[in-house]
Design a protein around this ligand. Structure first.
Ligand SMILES: [Zn+2]
Length: 220
């Protein structure tokens, strides 16, 4: 099935193939021909065009390299293809409920950076997010590690979150000074976003969500 996350509306949805470009035949796939293909398809939720790159099924049919498939042909090849990537890259959805706008902007950009594989950018943005969170809590003196400690001592962060944030600081510091020797990978970037989530939940979300729930239940 031609399905994925739409880059524009963010829905996990089905796409309708409109046209397909036959890039080239996969070598040695005779007689069950398989092709590299790019399918241009509209999102069933918002109708915007996204493109899927991948491989067709293996089948007894012959397509011309460089040709364009239309209508039913495009739909058939698109529905049965194996997708390797989408263009544009889907932006990951991000929940910023209860997070101040100034801080939420860092979280959204960090998610967008991860979506396009900009792992250094993710780490630097998460570092900035923690700095901004400290600033919002009126903690502005000292290094990042001192700010994290101050947020912990003021009761804004739990100990587990403080320890995680310290682990991230090492990468962030190295990169901010241009001293990074090993490029951060996807896992480093995902860990950084996990830490960001914990920091925001500790500082802003947990209490606000509880207050919100209490307020709703007392007015029932
Ligand atoms: Zn869409």
């Amino acid at each position: 099935m031609l399905a994925g996350i739409c880059a524009f509306c963010g829905n996990q949805t089905h796409f309708t193939a409109r046209t397909a470009f036959v890039i080239k035949v996969v070598p040695d796939s005779y007689p069950q021909y398989q092709y590299e293909i790019e399918v241009s398809a509209t999102c069933d939720a918002c109708q915007r065009f996204n493109s899927a790159l991948g491989l067709t099924r293996r089948a007894n049919r012959s397509l011309n390299e460089g040709s364009i498939l239309e209508g039913a042909m495009a739909v058939k090849e698109g529905e049965l293809m194996t997708i390797s990537s989408w263009s544009p890259s889907p932006m990951l959805p991000v929940d910023v409920s209860f997070v101040p706008e100034a801080v939420a902007a860092y979280l959204i950009e960090a998610h967008n950076a991860l979506s396009v594989g900009a792992h250094r950018a993710v780490l630097l943005l998460v570092r900035s997010l923690i700095e901004a969170t400290a600033r919002q809590s009126h903690i502005s003196d000292g290094s990042l590690v001192q700010k994290i400690n101050a947020m912990f001592e003021a009761g804004h962060l739990r100990k587990g979150t403080k320890d995680m944030a310290h682990a991230l600081r090492i990468l962030g510091n190295d990169m901010a000074h241009g001293e990074i020797e090993v490029a951060p990978n996807q896992e480093d970037a995902e860990d950084a976003l996990t830490i960001a989530r914990f920091v925001l939940d500790d500082v802003y979300v947990a209490d606000a969500r509880r207050a919100d729930m209490m307020a709703r239940r007392s007015s029932e």
